[in-house]
Design a protein around this ligand. Structure first.
Ligand SMILES: Cc1cc2nc3c(=O)[nH]c(=O)nc-3n(C[C@H](O)[C@H](O)[C@H](O)COP(=O)(O)OP(=O)(O)OC[C@H]3O[C@@H](n4cnc5c(N)ncnc54)[C@H](O)[C@@H]3O)c2cc1C
Length: 503
């Protein structure tokens, strides 16, 4: 899928010296690379750069190195709408990186990406009508300054350097190794070792079966159970379409639609008939684990399905490891760490050579980058979101935050379309600056959290949502978390709505 380049491209040396861009994208993860694709296709006259802290593309899929690291949603929807996914629905990180690498190659994006460039400050100056972006080269420690008309924040939503580990009593007493999956050391040897994995989310569910054969024994220690759903890691419809030699672009789109329709049904049912969905999910787990009492105790959550991400266990690998006796599950609370393991509230003691804390991450707003508008620091927690993609009072800036129940990329694609439409609209109107601005009737809005606890309540969101921008009590000051609603609205919103103020 080669996209013709609209402008004569400057020579590479020239490009590397360039420090002003029409659009500056922060981050070369799935969102940033997708943004570059859309920008090139829909705004061919804009020049742009992606600045990325790490030494390569991929973001999450490059930085996470724990055994078995894979998606928990299917790649037909986690993949871009413009690039067919041809593998099994659930994919390991390496395959996702390869897929993104193909996008970069096919779209000639490499020359637009500058690696080892960590953005450390973003300042908007109204007198200049543009952003000044301070950057540190992570290899040379050199400080650089870029300027950009429009800033597109694709930096992800969590702190890549500082994962979340609760401050358990006695943590420093423990003499074995403590590892957080987000900072997995290369070549970590766990063969034959007695391992405790603390956590019950997608990460624990992924790394436990991946470690089970080599480790001596694994105990999965969870405070409370999580919903899992499982099935073969294949899509029957995709297999049928491929057998009929249907073009891959069609297969991708058809299977995407099938999975989105299924997702919608499950989401609706989870709200309307949560007990039924719960029973269906548990039925499958019972079949796989073969021990009803164990499922009752360790796989039956107290919340309703989809209040937290529903983790997919491909081919039931976690359940097979439990059934084979390679993994024990303990549902209990930690009293304290000891020199050799963990003492639980129940009095039970778990011994371990190694403890893995699959306890999640810390939410980080805009990559932790300090923002200023005309010399005034921006406190994101005091800003209202404009449709979950811009912020009140922040000129020429959009950011990506994906869905919780539908693949992240579905929203990243929609937001990129919106940004491209906005940029083209500004060009057509001769506007240089756009700022979502509170109207008189918006000034007294009651701030609401980024996401309500009832809607979505995993630990990282409850811990970090106070730092996130706020929802107002009416549109357009809300973050619509539902793909099925937003997909028809976002492409059609009036860009002259009296809230987007152009200069
Ligand atoms: C282990 C794991 C599994 C997941 N699985 C799924 C899944 O199956 N389905 C799903 O929908 N979602 C999943 N998610 C959520 C996932 O993070 C997103 O879906 C998606 O990968 C995010 O892409 P992104 O490009 O927005 O952010 P990231 O992947 O976080 O990438 C952001 C990039 O921006 C760079 N960056 C950040 N700050 C700066 C800065 N100051 N200067 C320069 N560069 C910067 C980072 O280095 C990084 O490369 C998962 C998350 C994790 C942690």
């Amino acid at each position: 899928m080669n996209i013709p380049l609209a402008k004569a491209e400057p020579a590479l040396d020239e490009q590397n010296k360039q420090t002003h861009f029409d659009v500056l994208i922060v981050g070369a993860g799935v969102s940033g690379v997708g943004a570059a694709h859309h920008l090139q296709e829909q705004c061919p006259d804009k020049n742009f750069v992606i600045l990325e802290t790490m030494g390569t593309h991929g973001g999450t899929w490059y930085s996470h190195k724990y055994p078995g690291i894979r998606s928990d949603s299917d790649l037909y929807t986690f993949g871009y709408r413009f690039k067919p996914w041809m593998g099994a629905p659930i994919a390991e990180a390496g395959l996702i990186l390869d897929y993104m690498g193909e996008v970069i190659e096919e779209d000639h994006l490499a020359k637009h990406i500058r690696y080892h460039q960590k953005v450390t400050k973003a300042e908007w100056h109204s007198s200049l009508g543009r952003w000044t972006i301070t950057v540190t080269n992570t290899e040379t420690e050199e400080e650089l300054v870029y300027t950009a008309d429009f800033l597109f924040m694709c930096q992800g939503y969590y702190d890549h350097d500082n994962p979340y580990t609760p401050d358990w009593p006695g943590l420093s007493d423990y003499k074995g190794q403590i590892i957080h999956p987000q900072l997995w050391p290369e070549g970590l040897d766990y063969s034959g070792k007695k391992v405790i994995v603390i956590g019950s989310g997608a990460t624990a569910a992924t790394l436990i079966p991946a470690m089970a054969d080599k480790a001596g024994h694994i105990t999965m220690l969870q405070r409370s159970p999580t919903y899992f759903w499982t099935g073969e890691n294949r899509n029957e419809l995709a297999d049928q379409l491929r057998a009929l030699d249907i073009p891959e672009e069609w297969t991708h789109e058809i299977v995407r639609r099938q999975l989105l329709a299924l997702g919608k049904e499950i989401q609706n049912l989870s709200k309307e008939a949560p007990d039924m969905v719960k029973e269906e999910l548990l039925k499958v787990v019972r079949e796989q684990v073969g021990d009803d009492a164990l499922v009752e105790k360790h796989f039956t959550p107290s919340y309703r399905p989809w209040q937290q991400r529903l983790a997919f266990v491909p081919d039931g690998d976690l359940f097979k490891a439990v059934k084979a006796g390679k993994v024990d599950i303990v549902t209990d609370h930690i009293e304290r760490f000891t020199e050799t393991g963990i003492l639980l509230k129940s009095g039970q003691v778990l011994e371990a050579d190694m403890i893995i804390t699959a306890t999640g991450f810390n939410l980080l707003v805009m990559g932790g980058i300090p923002f200023e508008v005309d010399g005034q620091p921006v406190d994101f927690a005091k800003r209202f979101t404009y449709r979950g993609l811009m912020l009140d009072g922040l000129p020429n800036m959009a950011h990506v935050f994906g869905y919780f129940r539908t693949s992240w990329t579905m929203r990243a694609d929609l937001i990129s379309d919106y940004v491209c439409r906005l940029l083209n609209h500004m060009d057509a109107a001769g506007a240089k600056v756009v700022t979502p601005t509170l109207r008189a009737e918006d000034k007294d809005m009651t701030p609401r959290p980024w996401v309500s606890e009832e809607e979505f309540n995993p630990g990282y969101m409850l811990r970090g949502r106070d730092k996130m921008p706020k929802n107002g009590d009416h549109e357009p000051w809300t973050f619509p978390t539902d793909y099925y609603v937003e997909k028809d609205l976002l492409p059609n919103y009036d860009l002259d709505d009296g809230v987007l103020i152009y200069q």
